[in-house]
Write a protein of this length. Structure first.
Length: 171
C-alpha cells in the first residue's frame, strides 16, 4: 500500500467538492423558503403535501445543517487565514445566550461558533408560523439550539439566511 501524499484537491482538509457544498446550501435555503408556500398549498391534513412536510421537512433541514456545519468547521480549521476571511467570519449569523440563567446577556454568534453549536446541540427547535391548523404551519428560517458548555446551559438562535450566506463565502 502507498499513502497518497500529493492530493488532487486544491485545499487542505477533507476533499469535499465545492459543488456538493453549494448543493447542500441551496437545499437548506429551499427547505426553509419553500415551507410557507407548501403550507399554503396544502388543503387538509390528509393531503400528500402535509404528510411530506410532517415527515421530512425538519428532518431534511436538520440533516443539511449538520452536514454544512461539519464541512464548514473543517474547512475553517484548514483555511489560510486572511484579513478578508477574518472580517467576513466576524459577521454574525445569529445570537447566543451563553448562560440561560442570565438571559439578558446576549452575544453575537459567528459562523465558526454557530457550526460548533450545531454540532454540539442537545435540543433543537424550529421557529414556526402561527396557524389554526397544524398542516398550515410553516417553518421560518430561524432555528433555536440548546446545549451545555462548561456546566452552563446555552441557547443559540440561528438566522438561516445569514448562515447560508456566510457558509457560502467561507467554503
Amino acid at each position: 500500500m502507498v499513502e497518497e501524499k500529493a492530493s488532487m484537491h486544491y485545499r487542505r482538509g477533507w476533499p469535499i467538492a465545492l459543488e456538493i457544498m453549494h448543493t447542500d446550501l441551496f437545499r437548506l435555503l429551499t427547505v426553509f423558503q419553500a415551507s410557507r408556500t407548501i403550507a399554503e398549498a396544502t388543503p387538509d391534513e390528509d393531503h400528500p403535501f402535509a404528510k411530506l412536510r410532517c415527515n421530512w421537512e425538519e428532518a431534511e433541514a436538520s440533516r443539511l445543517i449538520v452536514n454544512i456545519a461539519a464541512t464548514v468547521r473543517s474547512a475553517l480549521d484548514c483555511a489560510i487565514n486572511t484579513e478578508t476571511l477574518e472580517t467576513l467570519l466576524s459577521r454574525p449569523v445569529g445570537t447566543i445566550v451563553p448562560d440561560t440563567e442570565d438571559p439578558q446577556r446576549t452575544d453575537s454568534l459567528t459562523l465558526r461558533d454557530c457550526c460548533n453549536k450545531v454540532l454540539h446541540a442537545d435540543l433543537i427547535h424550529f421557529d414556526l408560523t402561527q396557524a389554526k391548523e397544524w398542516h398550515k404551519q410553516a417553518i421560518n428560517p430561524v432555528m433555536y439550539l440548546y446545549g451545555v458548555y462548561r456546566r452552563k446551559e446555552w441557547k443559540a438562535t440561528i438566522d438561516i439566511l445569514k448562515f447560508v450566506e456566510m457558509a457560502y463565502w467561507a467554503y
